[in-house]
Design a protein around this ligand. Structure first.
Ligand code: NAD
Ligand code: ZN
Length: 359
């Protein structure tokens, strides 16, 4: 088993990575079982795929275990859901000593993390990510939260898990589009922090997408998880360094908002956002053409949905509304090379429009 540590003083935790780890989880968690209530939080499809056997495994290993079922989809991350769930937890006899298990993608992870952060003023929880996006991104770093009608992730807390458990076997049941979308984030880690990772992923893109090289996939997920963990350790509350993780997200978020979930998934939007940010970096004289071309050819190898016609002025308006706009200046994470970033706030609107028109 590969272990990556996230050293955050008394909030430190391990990220465990191994193919087939879920089956071994009851044994692995045994030392943490002091007879408290354990609650698996998940969604129906994931429960029938993995939740039921985890429940049985824990039970037969002596855990007192319960199950909480979220609604399907992003609806699980809703403030409305919480009151009922808190009452359910009280009814189950949960208390300050309980341990929660988030079995699912980013939706389940974010909602469970927030419930763990606020139930009885904070209980322990463990992330068991079941999507590639959750494995490389959302399960690490302690950002938890739910959505309001006014927007996503508007209510939340930073609450670190006690462990993150990554088993790539779980990806076999995931829709291919979810894998492709998460590859946007995987390429992002390489682009901002690790040129060699970017090259390895670029050279093996198809094998990674169709999960045909488990060892390589495990290595890539581990490297992404380590990069995210290191950034979080340096800047837990996103005051500085953590902002580089927003590479591709300024334009990406705006495209995502404009086109909606059916047309463009988050990671697909980020992939387009990285193309535009790469173009801006090159036009701004910061990124050599060779590196821009490597970025561009690699992203274009991903089977992304074609962008429908759009008016770049409209996307710019969304960017300006976005929280990243301070003092009318638009903060942009640009590249100086593949693997090296710079944060710039002096980008002209015209350049942004031009970069979007090149998509
Ligand atoms: N906390 C953070 O730092 C952070 C970072 C990025 C994204 N997020 C959040 O993460 C969420 C997106 O997460 P996601 O992309 O994992 O989506 P998701 O959790 O909605 O999962 C995508 C779909 O795949 C299904 N699924 C999950 N695992 C499966 C499996 N192993 N087999 C078959 N189906 C499976 C789910 O039921 C769902 O329908 C968003 O709400 C976003 O805001 C949080
Ligand atoms: Zn993202």
């Amino acid at each position: 088993m590969q272990t990556i540590s996230v050293p955050l003083q008394n909030r430190s935790y391990p990220i465990w990575i191994e193919k087939g780890l879920l089956i071994k989880l009851p044994e692995l968690l045994k030392p943490m079982n002091q007879g408290q209530k354990w609650v698996i939080f998940s969604q129906n499809e994931i429960i029938s795929l993995y939740g039921n056997s985890l429940y049985k495994g824990l039970k037969s290993t002596g855990f007192q275990v319960e199950l909480v079922v979220f609604p399907d989809g992003e609806k699980a991350k809703s403030l409305n859901e919480l009151e009922g769930i808190f009452s359910q937890l009280i009814g189950m006899g949960c208390d300050r000593s309980s341990t929660f298990l988030a079995l699912g993608g980013g939706v389940v992870g974010d909602a469970t993390g927030f419930i763990a952060a606020s139930f009885m003023r904070g209980v322990d929880y463990i992330q068991i990510p079941t999507t590639l996006l959750a494995m490389v991104d959302s399960s690490i770093g302690g950002k938890t939260g739910v959505n309001l009608l006014d927007g996503k992730n508007l209510v939340g807390a930073i609450w670190q898990p006690k462990a993150v458990v990554i088993d790539i076997e779980l990806l076999k049941s995931l829709q291919e589009r979810e894998i492709i979308s998460a590859m946007g984030e995987v390429l992002k880690y390489g682009a901002i922090l690790d040129r060699n990772l970017f090259e390895v992923v670029a050279e093996n893109l198809n094998d990674i997408l169709n999960l045909s090289k488990p060892e390589l996939l495990t290595e890539v997920i581990g490297r992404c998880a380590k990069l995210k963990a290191d950034v979080v350790v340096e800047d837990e509350r996103e005051g500085g360094k953590r902002r580089i993780l927003n590479f591709g997200h300024t334009i990406g978020h705006a495209l995502e908002t404009h086109f909606g979930f059916e047309t463009l998934r988050h990671g697909e939007a980020v992939a387009y956002g990285m193309l535009a940010a790469g173009k801006l970096s090159n036009e701004d004289g910061r990124l050599e053409i060779e590196d821009f071309e490597l970025l561009q050819t690699t992203i274009k190898k991903l089977p992304l949905p074609k962008l429908p016609e759009f008016d770049a002025e409209n996307i710019l308006k969304i960017i300006q509304r976005d929280k990243k706009v301070k003092d009318r200046k638009i903060n942009f994470v640009l590249l100086e090379a593949i693997g090296k970033t710079v944060i710039v706030d002096s980008i002209e609107k015209e350049s942004i429009i031009k970069a979007m028109e090149s998509l």
